[in-house]
Design a protein around this ligand. Sequence first.
Ligand code: GDP
Length: 265
Amino acid sequence: GRASPPLAALSQVLRLERSRRTGIVFPLQKLERYLAPGTDAARFRLFQPGLAALQRAEALFRSDRGHPIDYVSSAVRMDHAPPPALPEVCFIGRSNVGKSSLIRALFSLALEVEVRVSKTPGHTKKMNFFKVGKYFTLVDMPGYGYRAPQDFVEMVEAYLQERRNLKRTFLLVDGVVGLQKTDNIAVEMLEEFGIPYVMVLTKIDRASRGVLLKNVLEIQEFVKENTQGCFPQLFLVSSVEFSGVHLLRCFVAHVTGNLPTVEAS
Ligand code: GDP
């Protein structure tokens, strides 16, 4: 069968030299070194699990016979969604932000999982549900764009308002271009409904350190000034280099109640 990509597993990351390892596991922390003196870095280290927690989380994302990870179903309407039996997280973002790549990276230790993409223009956009053993479900929401059709907004709105097992929403933002006007549609929706969410900056391997730092500081400021429900720490990811993917797995495990204790490192 297929092999997991390099650095998909922590054991592979741990073989790297220290600085590279920090960059892969804690990409935001790596950036902290380049902050101007006196900058408040508290928001860079709110969620900082130790190795044991990272490993426990990884085990959840590794399938085996007693722990299947499966695509469950797709839905265009809430009455087609699977029963809300497990804690759930959902991923939303503009089309092309890197959402399917990230979900594929998260599930890269479960090679049987197929993350489907329906990019054909005019093709109905759906919510795709994945089940991680008996622990949680993960939902890939349809991407929005500057021409977000009304039925898309209604689908996402209904989901966010009605899904009572939803523990956290992951709002993906392109790390190269930063927050866009269209991202505000999602932010306003989440704020209006009082949904807890977290922002994830994607494709960080494509951004220079300067651009990334600028976007991180700008978005942190935006979160501080304009939001109530957004977790103050940003998550930085690259689905190509696997930066931030291990930490994100750990945060998903944490918010779904599958890591009772997250000890500091
Ligand atoms: P989606 O529409 O949000 O599902 O976006 P995709 O996951 O299909 O990604 C859109 C484009 O960005 C594709 O060409 C991907 O190869 C590219 N991409 C996604 N994630 C990354 C990343 O972490 N690094 C880089 N360099 N490219 C990425």
